[in-house]
Write a protein that binds this ligand. Sequence first.
Ligand code: ATP
Length: 321
Amino acid sequence: MIRVSGLRKTYGDFAAVVDSSFEVETGEIFGVVGPNGAGKTTTLKMLAGLIEPTAGSAEVAGFDAQNAEMRHRLGFLPEESPLYQDMTPTSYLTFFADLYDVPRSVANERIAETLDRLDLEYRDRRIGDMSKGMKRKVAIARSLINDPDVLIYDEPASGLDPLTTNSVLEFTRELRDDDKTVIFSAHNLYHVESVCDRIIIMNEGRIIARGTVEAIREEYGETTYHVFSDIDLPETDPTSDGRHRAVVDSMDAVEGLQDAAAAAGGSVVDIRTHEPSLEELFLDLTGRQMAGPRTAAATAPAGGRDADTAADTAVEPEEPR
Ligand SMILES: Nc1ncnc2c1ncn2[C@@H]1O[C@H](COP(=O)(O)OP(=O)(O)OP(=O)(O)O)[C@@H](O)[C@H]1O
């Protein structure tokens, strides 16, 4: 659905995007991740046909991104989406439906259905009097008004309260079921991990890692094992609950600790694997923290885990030998 080949954008001597190539399949949610200034928005705008590439090509829904026809197949949600404050959601969306020549009966049905799915109740309230979350939902509904094949969402859920964040992320995930293809950029790596099928990580204009978060974790991350014993060993440090903990990076080392504990008359009582979080991988790969956007809210949806909390999984300790 999207084919990007050798894409490059320079401003004078400065290269904002360098030799970027990737493909996105129909129905995929594809994340574009990177620190401030990495070239994410420039990439998204080239895909949306808003910026002309210096070199390379971007094909969206079978059209060159610069081809005006492509825009009929695209819904673009910029990071900041100014809305007409004096209009209501219904009049605003009808106005955009008219711009896309959507027949009025189709538009009415589409608007009602999309606002239902987004759970937006106040359809005849002045947009200027609505909350930030409601306005974001109106902007998301606008991105779908022409029933596009491809959606480009720049920070769709940033700066929203946790409930609205949850609802926007869920809505984005569900677009996959309608065979929509989504390019998704966000600073909150929890948002990225919970929504995207595959991602690219960009740094200083270049793609430095690509794949599923799981594959990137396997390629660049290192699993460590936190081994707890009921006896003090040379490798362990005391914990607040009276146990002793060592952090090692292989199962061989875990077994070595089990043997050492048994030889000293004790045992290993718990082993936990520690998977690096996307945040930790990101820091390793770019050497930089993921800085927040202008309106960042580091919220994880209710029940979700924090972006900077790595996954800890218990492993059954073996019987001491
Ligand atoms: N019109 C322009 N003229 C000159 N430099 C530009 C222009 N637009 C972007 N840049 C530069 O290109 C680089 C990439 O910008 P871009 O907005 O794509 O980064 P980003 O990854 O989206 O960053 P952020 O996360 O801060 O939004 C930045 O260094 C930016 O200053």
